[in-house]
Design a protein around this ligand. Structure first.
Ligand code: GDP
Length: 413
């Protein structure tokens, strides 16, 4: 439920990017961080060379631009509203399956990246099943549309056949392979044409006539799928009326959260095509922390459980999900705060270890900087400096609070 205290959470998205190795997860993440890093100066840096320079510099300095959780800001291209997007690193290798499972716990939604010349590959299937087990809502990004052999239809049919899910294309590519020029947004009914590979020259226009038949057919299917999950859209559908963009977006988000709709997008991360639209889709279709089920805690020595809905004024419930050694500050404990507020300098109780611990500094990690903050609120992710004993998977609660353990991170059967 949205209250005054939780209203900031409607503009939060905690996401992971999952992919088969080589599908383009790193490239997509880099581009996302580049574009989000630029939102504060929209209109200022529109020089494609800057994209590459920045990435090169990061590489040379050896900075891992993807910390366990990176906080970015995104201003939706169509609505102009600003969102906080936390990107949680999800390892792509099968060897790290346990780590993948762990990261699934702390995200509210995921972007599955596919190589559109390969379709759905075996490792993508594994990650998809893990996301299923954790009930993680997903959107799919059919990447590498510029590559020889790229086929949007292949990705759609593989999602159907290999993953057993019903794809809901919300975009349609204008051209494929070396002829890939742009993307049609089926929801807002706009065409986005890219005239260079740097993502610096994008034209938005009406849909070109040659695509209209295809677009009408695909849009009708999308509206029908949305009507299945949303009564308002259904009413309009039955009366032969078009839903508004807002109604359609809300219905698709509802269907995505209920895992009945899998929105599919397309683009080319390498050629900077479709990354801004992917970010728009993240905020349009993936849920805020208020739209996912509250995390459950088990009360120590009892059969009872307690739910912790996202609320900064609630009791503290946080999960340590990654420990990293940092050359400058020592041990960094990455946490997700589900409920309550974690303050720097406060004491917390590590319910997994049965130990009281002092929180030193708190950091919010950005792509190329770290920000010292005094608190992390429900729904936020960040790193704690100063915790000596906390290990991966430990539950942190308020000092003196009833002892609860957040749902075990064992792989559910
Ligand atoms: P990851 O293993 O999933 O992180 O994949 P990478 O991002 O490292 O990409 C793997 C390879 O695919 C690299 O050589 C990239 O340059 C290339 N690649 C990534 N995205 C695209 C794309 O959109 N088009 C093409 N043609 N190549 C891409």
């Amino acid at each position: 439920m949205t209250t005054k205290a939780t209203s900031y959470l409607t503009h939060f998205r905690n996401i992971g990017i999952a992919a088969h190795i080589d599908a383009g997860k790193t490239t997509t993440t880099e581009r996302i961080l580049y574009y989000t890093g630029r939102t504060h100066n929209i209109g200022e840096v529109h020089d494609g060379a800057a994209t590459m320079d920045w990435m090169e510099q990061e590489r040379e300095r050896g900075i891992t631009i993807t910390a366990a959780a990176t906080t970015a800001k995104w201003k939706h291209s169509a609505t102009g509203e600003e969102y906080t997007v936390n990107i949680i690193d999800t390892p792509g290798h099968v060897d790290f399956t346990i780590e993948v499972e762990r990261s699934m716990r702390v995200l509210d939604g995921a972007v599955a990246v596919f190589d559109s010349s390969q379709g759905v590959e075996p490792q993508s299937e594994t990650v998809w099943r893990q996301a299923d087990r954790y009930g993680v809502p997903r959107i799919a990004f059919s990447n590498k549309m510029d590559k020889t052999g790229a086929s949007f239809e292949l990705v759609l049919s593989d999602i159907r056949e290999r993953l057993g899910a019903i794809p809901a294309p919300i975009q349609y590519p204008m051209g494929q392979e070396s002829d890939f020029k742009g993307i049609i947004d089926l929801v807002r009914q706009r065409a986005h044409t890219y005239t260079n590979d740097l993502g610096t020259d994008i034209t938005e226009s009406d849909i070109p006539e040659q695509y209209m038949d295809k677009v009408r057919e695909m849009r009708a299917a999308l509206i029908e799928a949305a009507a299945e999950v949303d009564e308002d859209v259904m009413m309009k559908f039955l009366e032969g009326e078009e839903p508004t963009v807002e109604e359609l977006v809300l219905a698709i988000r509802k269907g995505t959260v209920e895992k009945k709709i899998f929105p599919v997008l397309c683009g080319s991360a390498l050629k900077n095509k479709g990354v801004q639209l992917l970010l728009d889709a993240v905020v349009d279709y993936l849920p805020s922390p208020l739209e996912v089920p509250a995390i459950r805690g088990h009360i120590e020595d009892s059969e009872e459980t307690r739910d912790f809905p996202a609320d900064p004024e609630g009791k503290l419930a946080a999960l340590a999900f990654k420990i990293m050694a940092d050359p400058y500050v020592g041990r960094l404990t990455f946490v997700r705060i589900y409920s309550g507020t974690l303050s720097s300098g406060s004491y917390v109780f590590n319910a997994s270890k049965g130990k009281r611990e002092r929180v030193g500094r708190l950091l919010r990690m950005h792509a190329n900087s770290r920000e010292d903050v005094t608190e992390l609120r429900a729904g936020e992710l960040g790193a704690v400096i100063g915790l000596k004993d906390a290990g991966t998977g430990n539950t942190l609660i308020g000092d003196g609070d009833e002892h609860v353990l957040l749902e075990s991170i064992d792989v559910p059967e």
